[in-house]
Design a protein around this ligand. Structure first.
Ligand code: ZN
Length: 142
């Protein structure tokens, strides 16, 4: 592994699993029945979603409810139905990850590093570069 790659994956772990749902109000009940709790709920206007975070060990489940059918998650739901939407990988240095992946010709979906729910930084990597999974790279708020 090159020095650059080690730097990019430092602090790497699964941060959360993003699950597209029709309704957070309806879907959260399943997780609550498991004894889990929604600890954070927020509307992310620029992504057109309502987000609910459910801590699970050192990771989280992120329920994504579209604000309208014309949003990215709304289109996902009408095409594929509710289910797994993306996997999010936590890194310590998101700027280094962005630069390294771009330099390697990886197809990035996001036009730049964005600020999302809870103030965390993130960008998305296209499924055609990851083996078919929409991958979010994220870093904790500074
Ligand atoms: Zn996410």
């Amino acid at each position: 592994m090159s020095k650059d790659l080690e730097a990019v994956v430092s602090g790497a772990r699964i941060d959360h699993l993003g699950i597209a749902v029709e309704s957070i109000a309806q879907s959260r009940g399943f997780y609550e029945a498991l004894g889990l709790r929604v600890t954070h709920e927020e509307t992310v206007e620029h992504e057109g979603v309502r987000v609910a975070m459910i801590p699970l060990g050192e990771s989280r489940v992120e329920l994504l409810e579209p604000l309208s059918p014309e949003t990215v998650v709304g289109r996902f739901l009408s095409k594929r139905g509710a289910g797994m939407h993306h996997v999010a990988l936590h890194v310590d240095d998101i700027a280094a990850a962005w630069a390294e992946l771009q330099a390697r010709g990886v197809v990035l979906v996001s036009p730049a590093i964005q600020t999302g729910a809870g103030g965390h930084l993130y960008f998305f990597v296209h499924p055609k570069s990851t083996g078919g999974v929409l991958l979010e790279i994220c870093q904790d708020p500074e």
